[in-house]
Write a protein that binds this ligand. Structure first.
Ligand code: AMP
Length: 311
């Protein structure tokens, strides 16, 4: 496994790696990240991982300085997964001095996380554009954990014709249901014990749906009722939205795999989680409808070009 820092080193090491599966991360890796690495390993000749805590996607007052870091541990984990190349750029390798260009994806960034974290998705879209240009992947792998991010990246890649395939992998969870996250390390023991309530709230919405409820208000109420059982949890939002436009829904259209997502604070830690409502038996009987349950495959809307050269 090669580890490089500068863009020149990356360009030399990138060379001819055949088809490249790329996994962008901010490090402090866990099994969620590794599930993306394994998916990339299965479908590509080579796997490239970046580790970069991207300053432009943190709003002022967020946890940029305290974000957990452990490069030696990360590299050992990636080596054990058979990763070919790791890019660990410094800030100046990604953003040359004087850099002032930002990439903005409109519309789908106005809601949910985008509404609460101004500038966050500009930072995400900008860094992904730069990373994609530098790595020139055939496919890039993202986690459904950051559901809105997957929508933003798909839109970015399509709108700018970046010439790569966007692959989305399911959320990896701890045995008690808590979605794995580098930020879980911030939780105190007491907070960690409470945190799985987020997943239970999503499951309550899923159960209400399975019981026949179709009104968003009913499904959201089911989730809120579970969250309310833990007073330590400060809910920011619970949303039921179209999985592609992220527009809030009044009523579920089972054919569209509606996305239930939420954000909440537990002490000083902000957690997000989401679930794509699974179809009921009745939905499945109607063959004109398809499930959007945590997509596992590369997005068919972004076919991999034969020559994934970004030019
Ligand atoms: P991060 O290091 O937090 O920027 O995450 C890097 C990638 O890993 C993103 O595409 C995340 O969505 C993905 N990821 C983070 N946590 C999980 C998880 N629990 N399950 C699946 N993917 C995840």
């Amino acid at each position: 496994m090669r580890v490089v820092t500068t863009r020149d080193e990356l360009a030399r090491a990138r060379g001819d790696l055949g088809t490249v599966g790329f996994v962008p991360t901010m490090g402090y890796l866990h099994d969620g990240h590794l599930s993306l690495v394994r998916a990339a390993r299965r479908a590509n000749d080579s796997v490239v991982v970046s580790i970069f805590v991207n300053p432009t996607q943190f709003d002022p007052g967020e946890d940029l300085d305290s974000y957990p870091r452990d490069l030696d541990r990360d590299l050992a984990m990636l080596e054990a997964e058979g990763v070919d190349l790791v890019w660990t750029p410094r800030v100046e390798d990604v953003y040359p001095p004087g850099s002032s260009t930002r990439v903005t994806v409109g519309g789908v960034t106005d809601v949910l996380e985008g509404a609460r974290r101004p500038g966050h998705f500009d930072g995400v879209a900008t860094v992904c554009t730069i990373l994609f240009r530098a790595v020139r992947p055939t496919r890039a792998y993202f986690g459904q954990k950051d559901a809105q991010q997957t929508v933003v990246i798909r839109r970015l890649v399509r709108d700018l014709a970046l010439g790569l395939e966007v692959c989305v992998e399911p959320i990896r969870r701890e045995p008690d249901g808590l979605a794995m996250s580098s930020r879980n390390t911030y939780l105190s023991t007491a907070e960690r014990a409470v945190a799985p309530v987020l997943h239970r709230a999503l499951l309550a919405a899923q159960e209400a749906y399975a019981a026949g409820h179709r009104q968003a208000s009913d499904l959201l109420e089911a989730a809120h009722a579970v969250l309310a059982t833990e007073p330590a949890v400060a809910v920011e939002y619970v949303s039921l939205a179209d999985p592609d436009t992220l527009a809030e829904l009044d009523e579920v259209d089972p054919g569209r795999g509606p996305l239930v997502s939420l954000a909440a604070r537990l002490g000083r830690t902000r957690l997000i989680d989401s679930l794509v409502l699974a179809p009921t038996a009745a939905d499945l009987r109607d063959s004109s409808r398809s499930s959007g349950q945590n997509p596992k495959i590369c997005d068919p809307r972004e076919p991999a070009p034969a020559d994934a050269d970004l030019g």
